[in-house]
Design a protein around this ligand. Sequence first.
Ligand code: CP
Ligand code: NVA
Length: 303
Amino acid sequence: MKKDILTLWDLEPEEITQLIDRSIELKKGRNADTPYRPLPGRTLGIIFDKPSTRTRVSFETAMIQLGGGVIFMSSKDTQLIRDEPVGDTARVLSRYVDGIVIRTYSQELVEELASNSSIPVMNGLTDIYHPCQVLSDLQTITEKKGDPAGLKIVWVGDGNNVAHSWINAAAILGLHLVVSTPDGYRPNSDIYQKAIEHGRGNISLVGDPFEAVRDADVIYTDVWASMGQEEEQEIRKKIFRSYQINEKLVAAAKKDVAVMHCLPAHRGEEITGEVLEGRHSVVWDQAENKLHMHKAIIDRLMV
Ligand code: CP
Ligand code: NVA
């Protein structure tokens, strides 16, 4: 049966661990004399409704390196823009391509696409989730710090799509996650509640960022205004000011804390240039790992 990754709840804890191990293995083998190319003649369709640098290019490169081909579709260039039902689109694309990565606004649309597809569907970001991002972040944490289960991971900033996928990961894997946001910008309460009720993780909300990062092994942040929230950018800059990842906040965490950001970053807003370029930052390795993890995901779902 085909498998999708629409949210991290689609994966069992051991499947996440296997993906991390596989990604690390594929990364080690990237310059092998005999490249691993299991997908000749196969095609990955990529439908993006929002901009992307990392997710698009890393998925495309991953598929090409695995021996397959890609077709990129901006949804405005498909009949989706002229209201062809997403279910019809899914049924037709399933007869052409072998897997789909989609980035769009609505999680429901992704679910409808997947339920009408006979091929694997991978969520490349919606307004509420970014599961593949957090899979590669888990790899980065594993490489830099060891088993994520033994660490304190602190989210500082907006309770957004990436934060939601972190909450899911913490619940599924039993992680210690602290989420620090201004009032009114906390994560979605249903997503948070489901994670708490699952009972595995140690997940909490702490308003004060300095209190939140105490003893942190990892501090993670993201933009204050996500794609689709551009008109709130200026007001959010004021509301989130005390949630900036700067030298002072980093100094309140463990001495060897790793600072993560899924990128793109706004220097001087959610993170200072000093911290982004400083010794705690792992953001470039973090970005690279998207390539390796996307290969592991394609390998798991499409081979
Ligand atoms: N981190 C991430 O998803 O980046 P892009 O928006 O560039 O894909
Ligand atoms: N929260 C950000 C993530 C970008 C990768 C957004 O949705 O714009």
